[in-house]
Design a protein around this ligand. Structure first.
Ligand SMILES: [Zn+2]
Length: 371
C-alpha cells in the first residue's frame, strides 16, 4: 500500500528541503509517514475547506504549498482557523505535508510553472540568492560503531554532494579523555586518563538534516557522551533562488503583455503600473507576495515585474523608474502550480510503481472575490 512516506520521498526530490528559507516551516505538519495514502489531494492552502475536499475525495494525505503551521502553535483551539484545520485533519486522519519556499525555488517549481504559463523563457533566478548553507558534521566513535552509525545515517538526507549521496569520510586516530566522577565510560574508569582508538567520521549536511542526523548518531553510538562538531562551510552561489527572470519571444507593450497574461491565466483582474505603452521584451516573476523582491527587480535589467500582493508604494516606485508592474494576485500567481504538481507527483509515483491516485483541487477559491 502506498504510504505518506512514499509521497514525502517524491516531494523531497522535486522540492529539496535545503532550498527552503531558514525562517520557513515545511515538511510533514500533521500525520505519520507510515499511514496509508492511496489517494493524495493537492491544494494551495491547508484550509478547513481543503481538508474537507480532501476527505470527500477519500484522500489520506494533503499536499499544500502554504504551511499548515507557520508561527509556533502554543494551543490548538478548535475555534481558531489553524486549530480547526489540525482538528479536522486529525478527525479525518489526513496527513498534511507542505512545500513552501522550497517549492518556490526548486527547478520546475512554482516560479518556473508561472513563467511557462505566461510564455516567459527563463534565463535565471531573480534573486542573487546566496547558495544554500552547507555544514559538516564530525563525530568521533569507537571503530566498531562506525558501520552502524553510517547505516543509521543512510536513512536521512545527509551526505549529499552534488549528484552523489551517502558521502562520508573516515580517518583513524587516538582519542584521549578522563572520565568524570559519576560517569559510566564505555572504555576506562572514572578519574583515570584513557587513550583509545577512534574513528573520525565526517558527513556533509544541510541545516534541516542536523537534528535528525544527531539523533541517529546518539542512538547508535556506544559512548554515554558523544563528541561531535557541526560547523558551517563556505557557501557557493546557487543556480536557484526565489523568482525568475527571462525573455518573451516577442516584444509587446506593457498593456498587451498584461492582457495576454490575463487571458493565459484566465484571470478576472490584473493591476498594472508604469507607462502602458512601454515596450516589454523581458520580465521578472515572483510568485506569491513579491514586495520584498522589488529591489531585485529594479536591479535587474528586465522591463516588467509580474507578481502578487504589490502595494501602492511599490507601484509608485516602479512607475517612477519607467518600468512596468503587473500584479496578478497572490492566489493566481501560485495556484497555477496545483494541477502541475499533482500530475508530477502522479508521474513520479507511476514510475516507481506506487499505486496512488493524485487529485488537484480544481475548485480552490481565491480568498478575494473580484466584483
Ligand atoms: Zn504564497
Amino acid at each position: 500500500m502506498p504510504t505518506v512516506a512514499d509521497i514525502i520521498h517524491i516531494m523531497d526530490q522535486m522540492a529539496p528541503r535545503r532550498l527552503a528559507e531558514e525562517w520557513d516551516n515545511i515538511g510533514l505538519h500533521y500525520g505519520d509517514p507510515d499511514w496509508t495514502a492511496s489517494t493524495v489531494f493537492v491544494s494551495l492552502d491547508p484550509t478547513i475547506k481543503a481538508i474537507e475536499a480532501a476527505a470527500s475525495a477519500g484522500a489520506g494525505m494533503l499536499v499544500t504549498h502554504h504551511p499548515l503551521i507557520f508561527k509556533p502553535v502554543k494551543h490548538i483551539h478548535t475555534k481558531s482557523p489553524v486549530g480547526a484545520a489540525i482538528d479536522l485533519a486529525a478527525r479525518k486522519r489526513i496527513a498534511v505535508f507542505c512545500a513552501h519556499t522550497n517549492l518556490d525555488a526548486a527547478a520546475g517549481g512554482i516560479n518556473d510553472v508561472l513563467a511557462e504559463k505566461i510564455g516567459l523563457n527563463v534565463t535565471g533566478p531573480l534573486s542573487s540568492a546566496p547558495g544554500v548553507r552547507r555544514y559538516n558534521l564530525v563525530v568521533f566513535a569507537p571503530p566498531d560503531d562506525a558501520e552502524r552509525i553510517l547505516e543509521a545515517i543512510s536513512g536521512t538526507s545527509a551526505g549529499i554532494i552534488g549528484n552523489y549521496r551517502g558521502c562520508s569520510f573516515q580517518s583513524r586516530g587516538i582519542g584521549r579523555f578522563i572520565p568524570g566522577r559519576g560517569s559510566n565510560p564505555y572504555v576506562g574508569s572514572p578519574d583515570q586518563p584513557a587513550q583509545v582508538d577512534e574513528i573520525r567520521i565526517e558527513i556533509p549536511l544541510y541545516l534541516n538534516d542536523i537534528d535528525d542526523v544527531v539523533k541517529q548518531i546518539k542512538a547508535n553510538h556506544s559512548y554515554e557522551t558523544v563528541a561531535y562538531d557541526i560547523y558551517p562551510l563556505y557557501t557557493e552561489k546557487s543556480g536557484t533562488g526565489i523568482g525568475r527572470i527571462g525573455e518573451f519571444s516577442k516584444e509587446r507593450s506593457l498593456l498587451q503583455v498584461a492582457e495576454d497574461i490575463k487571458e493565459a491565466l484566465s484571470l478576472k483582474i490584473v493591476k498594472i503600473a508604469g507607462p502602458p505603452e512601454i515596450p516589454v521584451k523581458t520580465a521578472a516573476v515572483c510568485s506569491g507576495g513579491g514586495s520584498s523582491m522589488v529591489g531585485d527587480f529594479l536591479a535587474s535589467s528586465t522591463d516588467v515585474y509580474v507578481s502578487g500582493d504589490l502595494n501602492h508604494h511599490v507601484a509608485l516606485d516602479i512607475a517612477a523608474h519607467n518600468r512596468g508592474l503587473i500584479d496578478i494576485g497572490h492566489f493566481a500567481s501560485e495556484q497555477v502550480v496545483v494541477p502541475v504538481l499533482a500530475s508530477r507527483i502522479q508521474e513520479e509515483a507511476n514510475k516507481k510503481s506506487i499505486d496512488v491516485k493524485v487529485i488537484p483541487w480544481r475548485d480552490e477559491p481565491d480568498p478575494f472575490v473580484h466584483m
